[in-house]
Design a protein around this ligand. Structure first.
Ligand SMILES: Nc1nc2c(ncn2[C@@H]2O[C@H](COP(=O)(O)OP(=O)(O)OP(=O)(O)O)[C@@H](O)[C@H]2O)c(=O)[nH]1
Ligand SMILES: [Mg+2]
Ligand SMILES: [Zn+2]
Length: 355
């Protein structure tokens, strides 16, 4: 148990300790992935920050890309004596993960942050608020069992803060919303409570909304590179190009991520139910259980829209996200079927050969 205390500041807890018990402590140590480079990782360990590579056996056993360590993961390592290096042998069970469908037309899962207790979804107040995008993020976070917190940034350059705030509140009942200005250092201290107990927060949102600036503000030092907003304009350039887990001086950890352009959902009707609890509540009140909320009489959704309790846009987004998940699940099923077929082909041809 001696290393427990030393690892606590990196977010070590009972959950990981339990999974780690199966490994011999004389051979292995635990570490947390801070940065994922092309072929190696920076990890925090009880003996400080090290670089680590993946063992041959790990590669051999890994199937999907989500089997590999992601930023925030706890890994089981073997230390290389006399070098500040280690070999990663296993990934400890994840408490949760924030993932999305990998960009492009695949059905691969891309893990953006592992073991993040809370997700800050950052939107900039100096732009039009995109409620549909926020709903998408909220769905994604709920799917992944983390607590979402909405951060409206750059309040110093916003004139109608109150109306934007109530707009956002209208789609986020039960979710904490904060307005901040990193430039004027307002609203930042209210965020510190989320880090209590060495919690891990991952920060997500579009490029240029001020994620890295906020992180520097919380860290009290320039941990992450920030570049002038004018560079974003035409090139759509991202400043942060990699994910990184940073330890805060006052306790807690924060994960910076590059701005996301494509936020496709992974799986999860559950995420949709959480993010659209109001819509689902109306729909159970429809007269027909199989109501398509189209022309059926006694449709509670239609009524809520007519009364102004629910906006058409929110309802349409709900339907759209549901379709997306269904489409994805069908595709994923097909992929699984094809892989299953391949596997059986291989087994039966091996069996023939062995006759
Ligand atoms: N006025 C104002 N500008 C801000 C504030 N926070 C960040 N900015 C500016 O917004 C620009 C982008 O900030 P970043 O922190 O790099 O944005 P990011 O979300 O990390 O962007 P990516 O790394 O590309 O995803 C910089 O020019 C910041 O100085 C703020 O509170 N007020
Ligand atoms: Mg950044
Ligand atoms: Zn209906």
């Amino acid at each position: 148990m001696s290393d427990y205390k030393k690892l606590e500041k990196y977010g070590w807890e009972e959950f990981f300790e339990k999974d780690f018990e199966q490994y011999s402590k004389s051979k292995f140590a635990a570490g947390r992935v801070a940065i994922e480079n092309k072929s190696n990782f920076n990890i925090y360990t009880e003996s400080g920050e090290l670089t680590a590579e993946i063992s041959g056996r790990f590669h051999y056993n890994a199937g999907a890309s989500s089997d590999y360590p992601a930023v925030g993961d706890w890994v089981v390592i073997k230390l290389i004596p006399d070098e500040r290096k280690a070999i990663i042998e296993h990934v400890l069970k994840r408490k949760n993960k924030f993932s999305r469908k990998a960009a492009g037309d695949t059905t691969d899962e891309q893990i953006i942050a592992a073991n993040a207790d809370i997700i800050f979804i950052v939107t900039s107040l100096n732009q039009e608020i995109n409620l549909r995008r926020i709903e998408r993020y909220l769905t994604l976070v709920s799917e992944n069992n983390a607590e979402p917190v909405l951060i409206l940034s750059k309040s110093d350059v916003c004139e109608n803060e109150d109306s934007k705030l109530s707009e956002v509140r209208s789609i986020a009942s039960g979710i904490n919303v904060h307005t901040i200005s990193a430039k004027e250092n307002t609203g930042i201290d209210e965020l510190r409570k989320y880090f209590e107990g060495n919690k891990t927060v991952a920060v997500v949102g579009s490029s240029g909304v001020g994620k890295s600036t906020l992180i520097n503000c919380l860290a009290g030092s320039d941990e992450m590179e920030v570049s002038d907003i004018s560079l974003y304009k035409d090139k759509g350039r991202h400043t942060t190009s990699h994910r990184e887990l940073i330890v805060l001086k006052d306790g807690g950890l924060i994960i910076d991520t590059p701005g996301m352009r494509e936020i496709q959902l992974w799986e999860g009707n559950e995420g949709i139910s959480d993010a659209f609890a109001d819509v689902e509540e109306y729909s159970v009140r429809c007269r027909f259980t199989d109501c398509r909320h189209d022309t059926e009489p006694g449709c509670a959704i239609k009524k809520a829209i007519e009364n102004g309790e629910l906006t058409v846009e929110r309802f349409n987004n709900y339907i759209k996200l549901q379709k997306e998940v269904r489409h994805f699940e069908i595709k994923n099923d097909k992929k699984a079927q094809i892989e299953e077929k391949k596997k059986w082909k291989k087994i039966s041809s091996n069996a023939k050969r062995n006759k």
